[in-house]
Design a protein around this ligand. Structure first.
Ligand SMILES: [Zn+2]
Length: 569
């Protein structure tokens, strides 16, 4: 047909040539674009630094070497203005948000601990009596638990079954027909379990033994390589040793912030450098290891063994490894985020990251790896430190909140109207309210009003009033945190820099909706990413959809974030 129409037409020939040229260019461009958006990614490495407030990377930059944060920032897309969008900035909430790309209102992890109304007791987020821990030693002595959330755990079983949304790891498993190898490793159980999702496998550090452990959800028995790693008992090699500064003390910005009366001495660990770990029969020995750069170094060493033994990143099916480093958060809780200890643990983490990246380059190739770095939350400076500097803040404890709420209850003729308070949620006694035939909404509002007037409380908001409240950023954060079954009746928010938590060894906290807790780093580095700094506001819920977009798959089922364009260009 074309010949018939164009036989003697020079114009037509030119037209055909033009079309051919256009097609050639179009195909050529498509090929190039395709190569840019579908690089050969064999490993997705998701690094989470527990408690790394975004500004700490800037504050300690001078102490960094070339291979860690500096390398990632120089080669990657750096988002400087990433904030969590929900109110309860805690570890399980942050990690599950990173994993699922959605809010606690959807994934259900509303806090490290919530009140299980049916059981009538507190529940620790990932506990699961049906999936006990696999023992690593015949005679394990129990260490002293200083993690206040872990202390609330009723059983020693752990699994992700309580997470109500699919994760990126689950999507990868489904997309590649179960052929992706998926692992989560961390110093903390909740940070390994959440990131490995329902389809992956998780290992975490035990503060009882220094071993990396798992539960029957994942394995019937430890793989040989894990038993062999644990048999080396590396943590015990630090008996009688101490955490010392990496560099000369005078080179640190915070060299004067070492001996401060409001820091915590973990029974002999001391408030100043060097911090002695003690002996292995000391019930805090393995905890002190985690409250030091050694905790991260052991996490890395275990991860290296995992990468080698499980042969991650060795074929064309992308594998997934989440490593969540826990030492920065642990150090923050006892010494505060503006301590010499904090500066040193971040500087030493930088060396650990450099070690990790060099190892990945050798085994998988950074050219085949998508690296994502973020944090699960930030950290508040301690009220005493802020008060020293002129900003007045103080400490509030749960019994004060409960007493103030019960006082309001008495005005309604009900004694002990509070069923439970574990920050941020206050749970009321439904039976007493029903028996007294009270208007529940009126009671909730009266209590919320009285708590809002309390010194150090910024806002207390009744869950039943959440949809009616005039929207502002904080109300939006509380809404995003609300899950109908797990959340309490009243959400309590302290004033900025006020401490609201149990009395105990933990003296610096995160968990508020304020910027120092919501602001976290996000860095993407992979083949094809164009190095740049992005200042617009983005959110950690965008991370999972971005990884999904790079791989070419649909975001995790409940994801509410959007792919970050700068990573995809
Ligand atoms: Zn955390």
């Amino acid at each position: 047909m074309r010949e018939l129409f164009c036989k003697r037409s020079a114009v037509c020939h030119i037209g055909l040539i033009l079309i051919a040229v256009i097609i050639t260019f179009a195909v050529g461009n498509f090929t190039v674009t395709n190569a840019q958006t579908k690089p050969d990614i064999r490993l997705v490495l998701q690094i989470t630094i527990d408690g790394l407030r975004a500004d700490l990377i800037n504050r300690y930059e001078k102490g960094f070497g070339d291979g860690g944060f500096r390398y990632l920032s120089g080669k990657g897309v750096v988002y400087t203005n990433a904030h969590y969008q929900y109110a309860n900035t805690e570890t399980i909430v942050g990690h599950t948000t990173l994993a699922t790309g959605t809010f606690p209102s959807q994934h259900g992890m509303v806090g490290n601990v919530w009140f299980d109304r049916e059981a009538g007791e507190l529940a620790y987020n990932i506990e699961d009596p049906d999936h006990p821990l696999l023992p690593t030693r015949e005679h394990e002595t129990k260490g002293e638990q200083v993690d206040p959330a872990q202390k609330k755990s009723r059983t020693q079983g752990r699994s992700p079954t309580v997470i109500l949304a699919p994760t990126l790891a689950d999507s990868l498993a489904a997309y590649y027909g179960g052929r992706s190898k998926i692992f989560g490793v961390s110093g903390k159980d909740r940070s390994a379990v959440s990131m490995a999702g329902h389809a992956g496998k998780a290992f975490w550090y035990s503060t009882n033994s220094g071993d990396f452990i798992t539960s029957s959800y994942y394995y019937d028995a430890y793989p040989d390589w894990v038993s062999q790693w644990n048999a080396r008992r590396q943590a015990e090699g630090y008996a009688g040793k101490a955490w010392s500064l990496l560099n000369d003390a005078t080179t640190y910005l915070l060299s004067a912030q070492d001996d401060r009366p409001y820091e915590v001495d973990l029974k002999g660990y001391g408030r100043v450098f060097p911090h002695p770990f003690g002996q292995t029969d000391d019930k805090l020995f393995f905890t002190r290891i985690l409250v030091s750069p050694i905790g991260d170094q052991l996490t890395l060493d275990f991860s290296k063994a995992l990468i080698t033994q499980e042969q991650l990143g060795q074929d064309e099916i992308p594998d997934y490894l989440s490593i969540s480093f826990s030492a920065v958060d642990a150090v923050n809780h006892f010494f505060g985020p503006s301590s010499l200890e904090n500066e040193d643990v971040v500087v030493q983490l930088d060396r650990t990251l450099a070690d990790l990246l060099a190892f990945i380059d050798k085994t998988v190739g950074l050219k085949n790896t998508l690296v994502v770095l973020s944090a699960d939350h930030g950290m508040a400076d301690m009220p005493e430190y802020m008060t020293e500097l002129g900003y007045k803040a103080g400490r509030l404890y749960p019994d004060q909140i409960v007493a103030a709420a019960n006082k309001v209850g008495q005005k309604f003729g009900v004694d002990e109207i509070v069923r439970f308070f574990y920050r941020p949620y206050l749970y009321l006694n439904d039976e007493k309210i029903a028996a007294a035939k009270l208007n529940r909404i009126k009671v909730e509002q009266a209590i919320a009003g009285a708590l809002t007037d309390f010194d150090g409380i910024a806002l207390a908001v009744a869950s039943s009033r959440l949809s009616a409240q005039q929207a502002n950023l904080v109300i939006e954060q509380v809404r995003n945190n609300y899950h109908g079954y797990r959340s309490g009746d009243i959400y309590v928010i302290q004033e900025p820099y006020w401490f609201l938590f149990d009395k105990g060894p933990v003296t610096a906290m995160h968990g508020s909706p304020w910027c120092y807790d919501t602001h976290v780093p996000i860095i993407f580095m992979g083949p094809g990413t164009q190095p740049q700094t992005v200042y617009r506001r983005v959110h950690p819920v965008d991370i999972a959809p971005t990884i999904a977009a790079v791989v070419g798959m649909t975001p995790p089922g409940s994801a509410q974030g959007s792919p970050l364009e700068e990573v995809l260009r």
